[in-house]
Ligand binder design. Sequence first.
Ligand code: CU
Length: 669
Amino acid sequence: MNHRLKRGSIALIISTALIAGCLDTDNQDPSVSDASSDFVGGDDAVTTPDVVHPLDALTQTELIRVIAILKENDRYDDSTRFPEITLSEPSKTFVYAWKVGDAIPRAANVVGRQGPMTFEAVVDLSNGTLLDWQQVKDVQSALLLEEWMAAGSLWKTNKTITDELERRGYDLENIFVAPLSTGYFGADEARDKRLLKLWFLDIKDTKYNAFAKPINGISGTVDLNQQQIIDVLIESDVGRNDIIYDYDALSTQARQMKKVTMQSAEGNNFSFEDGLIKWDKWQFHFRLDKRFGAMVSLAAFDGQSVAYQISANEMFVPYMSPEEEWKYRSFMDIGEYGFGLLSSQLELGTDVPGNATLLNAVIPADNGTPALYENVIGVFERNTGRPMWRHAEMINGTHEGRAEVELVVRTIPVVGNYDYVVDYVFSAKGLLKIEVGATGMDAVKAAKSRTMMDATAAAETKVGSLVAPNLVGVNHDHFISFRIDMDVAGVNNSFVTDEIAPVRYPNNNRLSGWEVVEHPTSVEGAVTRSHQLHDGIWRVVNKNVTNKLGQHKSYQILGHTHLSKLDAEDFPQKRAAWSAEQLWVTPHNPTELYPSGKYPNQSEGTEGIMQWVGQQRSVDNTDLVMWYTMGFHHVTLPEDWPILATMWHTVTLRPAFSYERNPSVDIAR
Ligand SMILES: [Cu+2]
């Protein structure tokens, strides 16, 4: 048993259930069969740090207090469940003015459910009062783990389904059902139902890759409010794969390589002080949120603010197949499930280098009790093996250079078959990078074709590639919307695009060149790259502050992305309209946090970024927020199977005119 697999995240619980289901009991780690035992509730003894900073995540004690305050106000009973209990952040003004030793006001934002009813509450933890409570109608909150588990076992009493599984020779004891969020496609009845679609997987004798034997042509829809399967889909003329793809078996033929490792022989350069992580000239606050996962706040370099807050605020993963069992798959992994909730435990030496420091987090469980997530945050320095800068001088034979060292803060949420390595990378040269690596398994459907020579192959591979005999990896996209609240050298910033504008030189035998022409964006909205500006450089500028050369301080936003190809009128696209553009700029508003709305599960797509930007507010010399779409079209490949080698995507915040010289030039050799 891989020890790592027993700790609490939904994906690990899936793995746990899968593994518990297919291990014989002799080998079974007793803690594995009861996934809930990993959740620490009540007064049970895990101590988490006290609150030392206004942006610290809610602690174990505070989460327990939230429930107590709801109880005192008759807003809690045994049926109450919590899709969300999270820090209600103090205002930016307060946080910037706050100093170590000042009082720290604490409050929690709550999304709760009682039966089919959803409510929102604000709890003041400093005064022990319920500040606000209201019912929210016509929404479906994020999914709860217990709902997910319950939906995954309802099929066992559905005779149509069990008969069909048995008719096909499957062992009912070794079926795993992954319930999937359904999206929304215009059906009115979806408004008052809480829906999940069932994906059947044969996990007999599988160990690591539980997704290799998908069962085509058996599916159903669950209404969680009725705790019933409300429709069943059975098709019999379907593809099938019975081959197991556990890579541990493949690894028996593995080639040997000598280990190459990362060490910090002289100790770490980073420290944890006053609630902040400090490294080189960087300092920032970090917390893990149940919904958004990793949140970096108050990022500052050399005493100068860069960004107030950065987090992944929504994710959109639409699959490109019109088939009944696939077309609804248009997941919003952050708003429907939760990146913090799904955080997985990190293993030294593979998930993070051996020199990493691993940190725990506390996330509220379904019933609101604090759950300890052990070793889910990795902080480490890495030598990239690249020169940070260097020059070999031919004139006099001198050489001067510095090795590039970066600080990385890593979390890895696991959303079903996919693992997303979410890195915040801080560089001694003043850069801040967001890097996301996608690994895990492609979602596959069983096919009749074994190779492309088969008569069925052309039709079956319209929706994706044959990744193995009898398995088609369905093509799809991954889009993440990063909320980047830039505060370059202060709160009030402006946005410009530096056009690389072609020029003609009259009366010169050198005919042409280019000059930089600054184009300001003064009103919120998508920063669409026109043909003229397609290779322009985006910058967030502080028009109120100059460097010693008299230049306005700024940071460039560098990145390439793929954008959604779905029709704007297609329901999945309406729900994730942000994915059609690489960058949006809005004025800061602490209530505008959800680019696909606060309740994207089964949403129609009437809330979020499109609605905000309709206000046409000014983004000139004001507190502005950027929404960066990091995305890629995933054309599936045999090389993705049986596991996808990590594919990385990056957006870089790079200082431009913020300093007077290379900020890394003073690092001692
Ligand atoms: Cu993919």
